[in-house]
Design a protein around this ligand. Structure first.
Ligand SMILES: Cc1cc2nc3c(=O)[nH]c(=O)nc-3n(C[C@H](O)[C@H](O)[C@H](O)COP(=O)(O)OP(=O)(O)OC[C@H]3O[C@@H](n4cnc5c(N)ncnc54)[C@H](O)[C@@H]3O)c2cc1C
Length: 392
């Protein structure tokens, strides 16, 4: 049996490891655009702040792939899929045949049209190294601007604060995470940023960059700001064109059943790229967190070897901005909720939003109230209603 995995992140690598455990004689190949063995994206901010040495970011060594008899092909992009003749073409000109194929390509950062030295993105280890280089080169003259209002924006704010770099944040929404948060929760985050000395401009869009080869500033709908490092965190946008061309059904990601199968026979998907039918919340979800990607990488192998298994996990993502803890659990899409219950307030310094649909809890956002995490996770798993939830 030949298993081909496109994407060497946590979803793809976990799947490769599981396939090897279950089938000692199978051919297992990972095609990876990046040049590194598996590393932890979660640890990148810790490495950048000097809390974790660079070598500890790596979760696998080159020798591990050899020991496991897993072929890791690095620096190669899958560019074409032929689902009928069962092969993937790589940017190296080679054709990679498969019996079963896993698409675990994660997400590509959405980028600006313009580029200057000082514009920073944050997805990969190379991005992290480049940011550190900018900080080292610029020293006291560094001026940070963060463009975005989500997870990566929070990482940049924390990094700029860590390095003592004056920080301005601009984002287009009326507050952070407008697709999930109500305005009161957004206010709590804004208050935390203001108290932390961050200059915040909401409802503001980036129009252009200034500077010749190096960034000097930005022009926005609210005025001009000086900037030597612009941290861009405006979401991810994977390249789905090669999959669409092959007849794979795509939306914002790769559409999949609860068994993580795509509409093309013997083609499966897992991780950030998967837009799967979630049996727990009863909706198609695309989730971008480590726990989800790793668990899907594990579950999908069962479907790949013929033990069709549906993916069932209430996953969560915990982060913080300037020490304020923020946790997302389950389905936190405002537009898909029928009711959102709010506990706490800005004055209390903590707010939890509980998302309900069909009379049951499907998700929660917890800001400064991390003790709500376990009861909300349990309530989602057990399909409880809000009235049976006991939060302090
Ligand atoms: C800075 C940062 C901090 C984070 N912190 C947290 C956290 O604290 N907690 C948490 O739960 N989650 C966190 N996340 C999110 C988490 O890291 C992701 O959800 C997880 O890594 C997704 O894994 P994946 O394997 O699905 O995709 P990825 O890790 O994106 O891996 C996909 C791989 O496929 C490659 N690829 C893409 N297209 C192709 C192609 N056509 N051919 C070949 N290769 C291709 C990509 O280059 C990439 O290497 C963080 C993410 C970032 C960027």
């Amino acid at each position: 049996m030949r298993y081909l995995i496109v994407g060497g992140g946590v979803a793809g690598t976990t799947a490769a490891e599981e396939l090897r455990k279950r089938d000692a004689s199978a051919e297992v190949t990972i095609l990876s655009e990046e040049h590194h063995p598996l590393y932890s994206r979660v640890l990148l901010p810790h490495y950048m702040k000097g809390k974790v040495p660079r070598e500890r970011v790596f979760l696998k060594r080159d020798a591990w792939y050899a020991d496991q008899n897993i072929e890791l092909v690095t620096g190669v992009l899958a560019t074409h899929l032929d689902g009928r003749n069962k092969f993937v073409a790589g940017s190296d000109g080679r054709e990679y045949p498969y019996d079963k194929l896993l698409i675990a390509t994660g997400g590509e950062v959405r980028s600006l049209d313009e580029d200057l030295r000082g514009v920073s993105y944050f997805r990969t280890l190379d991005d992290a190294d480049q940011f550190l280089q900018l900080v080292t080169e610029q020293g006291n003259r560094a001026r940070g601007v963060v463009y975005g209002g989500g997870f990566i924006a929070c990482e940049y704010i924390n990094l700029f604060q860590h390095f003592g770099i004056p920080t301005t944040v601009i984002h287009r929404g009326s507050h952070f995470w407008t697709r999930s948060l109500l305005s009161e929760a957004g206010e709590l985050i804004a208050k935390t940023l203001n108290t932390g000395g961050v200059e915040l401009h909401e409802n503001t869009s980036l129009q252009s960059l200034t500077g010749d080869s190096e960034l000097q500033g930005i022009v926005t709908s609210a005025g001009e700001y000086s900037a030597t490092i612009l941290g861009v965190g405006i979401g991810i946008e994977p390249d789905l064109s090669w999959l669409r061309d092959a007849g794979v059904e795509v939306g914002t990601g790769v559409k999949a059943s609860a068994f993580l199968e795509t509409n093309v026979p013997d083609v499966f998907t897992a991780g950030d790229i998967a837009e799967f039918d979630d049996p727990i919340t009863g909706r198609q979800l695309q989730i971008g967190n480590w726990m989800n990607a790793m668990s899907q990488g594990r579950t999908v192998t069962k479907s790949m070897i013929g033990e069709r298994t549906s993916f069932q996990l209430v996953s969560s993502y915990a982060t913080n901005v300037l020490g304020l803890e923020i946790i997302f659990v389950g389905d936190v899409e405002r537009a898909a909720a029928e009711q959102i219950q709010v506990i706490g307030s800005v004055a209390d310094g903590g707010i939890t939003q509980v998302f309900e649909r069909g009379g049951r809890i499907v998700g929660g956002v917890l800001i400064g109230r991390n003790t709500d995490r376990a009861p909300i996770t349990k309530a989602i798993q057990e399909k409880q209603s809000f009235s049976s939830l006991n939060l302090l």
